[in-house]
Design a protein around this ligand. Structure first.
Ligand code: F6P
Length: 342
């Protein structure tokens, strides 16, 4: 059997480890043949394939980014898009199925193609940890480690100047990175999309930390909405992918905190640093295991499914179960962290 592998959507530490896991097990245990698909669904639509052997995946578990390249191409758009053309491309190159490594958007496209008769298997990817069918997604642990290291650094400079530091982390729809990095670094306030807060509530916590002799640390997810001040930053338009533009909530929060509390305040946006570089040990292992199990699933012809982590096991779940509602932070998890604020 010949299998194409693609990575699609935002990149994420661990993508290369998945590719290596799939190819190593698939070639040595099952005698499968692989081709890399360049730049996500773009490569499927344009038939942009290249041979992927053990040689190409050597030493990849520790390498950030993706050797395949990625894009946010929708396989149903454009003159060469659509299941019929894609099926022809695959047939012409003797490709029997595709492993699609990606997040919500990628998996939705994978499901649609599968429903249209194309053999697709999914592997979940998101630093935001927002896919509900997997307990953890690789990339998340790395992002939390990077953010935690950044918070620790912000705390020492904040302490030296007795300033309030506001750190903005990724998390378009969910607050997992903020929750975990905020807890890990002892933040005095964590602001996440799931839990609305007013500027006064935030300032009360900031002032209370300051009065206890601490330099307040506020961790905020990029997707957080400040109750009562939505208009101050929510109208930034759409990006090239029709998503609301995010980024900059910390730059709205910091001057407001300074104005209301009188405490000198600085903001930092961590941005794509959270997605770059080497995956953590945890993410290397998780991504590799997903890759190994993806190879098993191919041999079992388990198309239309996604490999996922449940507890410490890797399982298979149908695409339909993987899509839909996001894995948001439960209130109980937020309250655990909030018990440490005051
Ligand atoms: O989905 C992961 C994520 O990192 C989000 O947290 C963030 O909003 C988005 O990707 C940014 O993606 P890009 O800048 O690549 O479009």
């Amino acid at each position: 059997m010949k299998i194409g592998i693609l990575t699609s959507g935002g990149d994420c530490p661990g993508l290369n480890a998945v590719i290596r896991g799939v190819v190593l097990k698939g070639t040595t245990t099952y005698g499968l043949e692989f081709v890399g698909i360049r730049d996500g669904w773009r490569g499927v639509v344009d038939a942009d394939f290249f041979p992927l052997t053990r040689h190409e995946v050597k030493g990849l578990s520790k390498v950030g980014g993706t050797i395949l390249g990625t894009s946010r191409t929708n396989p149903y758009e454009g003159p060469r898009g659509g299941a019929e053309n894609i099926a022809k491309n695959l047939e012409r190159h003797g490709i029997d199925g595709i492993i699609a490594i990606g997040g919500e958007g990628t998996l939705a496209a994978a499901k649609r193609l599968y429903d249209d008769g194309i053999n697709v298997l999914g592997v979940p990817k998101t630093i935001d940890n927002d896919l509900r069918a997997t307990d953890y997604s690789f990339g998340f642990d790395t992002a939390v480690n990077i953010a935690t290291d950044a918070m620790d650094r912000l705390r020492t400079t904040g302490d030296s100047h007795q300033r309030c530091m506001v750190a903005e982390v990724m998390g378009r729809h969910v607050g997992w990175i903020a929750l975990h990095s905020g807890m890990a670094s002892g933040a005095h306030v964590i602001c996440i999309p799931e839990v609305p807060m007013t500027i006064d509530e935030i300032c009360t916590l900031v002032t209370s930390a300051y009065d206890r002799g601490r330099a307040p640390l506020v961790v905020v997810s990029e997707g957080f909405t400040l109750t009562g001040m939505e208009e101050a930053y929510s109208d930034k338009g759409l990006d090239a992918f029709n998503r609301p533009r995010l980024g900059g909530i910390s730059e709205v929060l910091a001057p407001e905190i300074e104005r209301i509390t009188g405490i000198e305040t600085r903001s930092t946006v961590l941005g794509h640093i959270q997605r770059g570089g080497s995956p953590s040990g945890f993410d290397r292992v998780l991504a590799t295991r997903l890759g190994l199990h993806a190879s098993d699933a191919i041999v079992d012809l388990a198309w239309g499914q996604m490999v996922a982590m449940r507890g410490t096991d890797i399982v298979r779940v149908p695409f339909a179960e993987a899509l839909g509602e996001l894995n948001t932070v439960p209130l109980s998890r937020y309250e655990e962290a909030a018990a440490l604020f005051g």
